[in-house]
Design a protein around this ligand. Sequence first.
Ligand SMILES: *[C@@H]1O[C@H](CO)[C@@H](O)[C@H](O)[C@H]1NC(C)=O
Ligand SMILES: *[C@@H]1O[C@H](CO)[C@@H](O)[C@H](O)[C@H]1NC(C)=O
Ligand SMILES: *[C@@H]1O[C@H](CO)[C@@H](O)[C@H](O)[C@H]1NC(C)=O
Ligand SMILES: *[C@@H]1O[C@H](CO)[C@@H](O)[C@H](O)[C@H]1NC(C)=O
Ligand SMILES: *[C@@H]1O[C@H](CO)[C@@H](O)[C@H](O)[C@H]1NC(C)=O
Ligand SMILES: *[C@@H]1O[C@H](CO)[C@@H](O)[C@H](O)[C@H]1NC(C)=O
Ligand SMILES: *[C@@H]1O[C@H](CO)[C@@H](O)[C@H](O)[C@H]1NC(C)=O
Ligand SMILES: *[C@@H]1O[C@H](CO)[C@@H](O)[C@H](O)[C@H]1NC(C)=O
Length: 300
Amino acid sequence: MPRETLHEMLFALLLYLACLLPEVTTDQKIKEVYWHFNTTELLMGTNLNASSVFNVEWRAQLNKGEKVSILTYSPSSNTSYINESYRKRVVFSHMNFSLMIHCVTFSDEGVYTLTIQLLNKQQQIDRSRVTVIIPVSNVRITSDTSAPYQGENITLNCLGTAGNAMSYSWQKCNQPLPIGNRTILSKDNTSLTLINIQQSDIGNYRCVAQNVLSCGHKDFILQLCAETGVSSWRSYGIYGYPGYLGYAIVIFYIFSWVKKTRKSCSKGQSDTIYENTAFEKKQPNSCKRIPPVYVRNVKK
Ligand SMILES: *[C@@H]1O[C@H](CO)[C@@H](O)[C@H](O)[C@H]1NC(C)=O
Ligand SMILES: *[C@@H]1O[C@H](CO)[C@@H](O)[C@H](O)[C@H]1NC(C)=O
Ligand SMILES: *[C@@H]1O[C@H](CO)[C@@H](O)[C@H](O)[C@H]1NC(C)=O
Ligand SMILES: *[C@@H]1O[C@H](CO)[C@@H](O)[C@H](O)[C@H]1NC(C)=O
Ligand SMILES: *[C@@H]1O[C@H](CO)[C@@H](O)[C@H](O)[C@H]1NC(C)=O
Ligand SMILES: *[C@@H]1O[C@H](CO)[C@@H](O)[C@H](O)[C@H]1NC(C)=O
Ligand SMILES: *[C@@H]1O[C@H](CO)[C@@H](O)[C@H](O)[C@H]1NC(C)=O
Ligand SMILES: *[C@@H]1O[C@H](CO)[C@@H](O)[C@H](O)[C@H]1NC(C)=O
C-alpha cells in the first residue's frame, strides 16, 4: 500500500476519533479575555465541588503555534503535574482550579482550555481566548506645520508611544469631528489633514487613542497665523481699509513717529526702529503678530 494512502487513512481515522470525543462535539463558547502585559493574571476556575471531580487539566493552544499541557491535577489522589516551563510562573488553586500566571507576555496569547472530568464520567470544558494588551499611554500629536496661514493645509499625526491594538478617533471642541471634503482622515485614523484652513477651523482638536483596556488623548489647538507685516499693510492700505482719511492719518502718524524715533535715537533708545525693520524681515512662518507701528498708531 502506498505511504500516502496509509497517511490519509490514519488521518481519517484520527478525525473520526476526534469527532467521537465529547469535548469536540460540545459547543462551548470561547470567552474573550484581555490581559495587561507584564502583570499577574488569573484564569478562572470553577465552582464545582472538588469532591465530585476526577481529573483537571489546563492546556493552551498558543498563538505562536505551540500546543502545551500546563498542568493536570487529580483531587482524589491530590497529585498534580505542572509543566516544567510553567512551574515558576503559575499558581494553581486546588479548591476552584483557577490558574494564576505571573508576568504575562505576548507569547502567552492563545486559547486556554480547562477540562474537568467528573466522577460521573461527564466533563466540563471552559475556553478562554487570551489577548495581551499594553495600555495606551503618552499620546502625542505632531503637525507638519506649526504656523499655518488661512488657505493652507495642515496634517496632524497622532501616536501613542505605548499601547497595542489601538484605534484612533478625532474630536473638535469635544464633539466628534465632522468629516467633510476639507477634512481628510488616513485609513487608520492616525492622521488628520485639514485642507484650505479657514477661520471656522480654528479650535481644539483632540486625538483619542484607545484599546480594549485603556484610552488616552491629546489636544492640539489650531490657530491661524496672521498675514506678515508687509502684506497686512498692503491689505489695509491698497485695498482701501483706512480710506483717504486713513491715509492722511497714517502719513501724519508716520511723520510724527519718525520725528519721535529720531528724538529717542538721540537719547540712545533706538530699539524700536530696529525692532520694526527686523519685523519686516521676519520669516513668514513666524506666528507672532506684530503689526507695523504706524498701523498700531492709527488704531489707537
Ligand atoms: C515588568 O514589570 C517589572 C516590575 O513590575 C519591571 O521591573 C520590568 O521591567 C517589566 N518588564 C517589562 C518588559 O516591561
Ligand atoms: C479561586 O481561587 C483563587 C485563589 O484561591 C481566587 O483568587 C479566585 O477568585 C477564586 N475564584 C474563581 C472563580 O476562580
Ligand atoms: C463538597 O461535597 C462534600 C460531600 O459531597 C461536602 O461534604 C462538602 O461540604 C462540599 N464542599 C463544598 C465547598 O460545598
Ligand atoms: C511544556 O511547555 C513547553 C513550553 O511552553 C512546551 O514546549 C512543552 O511542549 C510543554 N510540555 C507539554 C507536555 O505540553
Ligand atoms: C493537597 O496537597 C497540597 C500540597 O501539595 C496540600 O497543601 C493540600 O492541603 C492537599 N489537599 C488535600 C485535600 O489533601
Ligand atoms: C492642500 O491640499 C490640496 C488637496 O490635497 C491640494 O490640492 C492643495 O494644493 C494643497 N494646498 C497647499 C497650500 O499645499
Ligand atoms: C465640498 O462640499 C460642498 C458641499 O458639502 C460643495 O459645495 C463643495 O463644492 C465641495 N468642495 C470641493 C472642493 O469638493
Ligand atoms: C475613524 O474615525 C471615524 C469617526 O471619526 C470612525 O467612524 C471610524 O470607524 C474610524 N476608523 C478606524 C479604522 O478606526
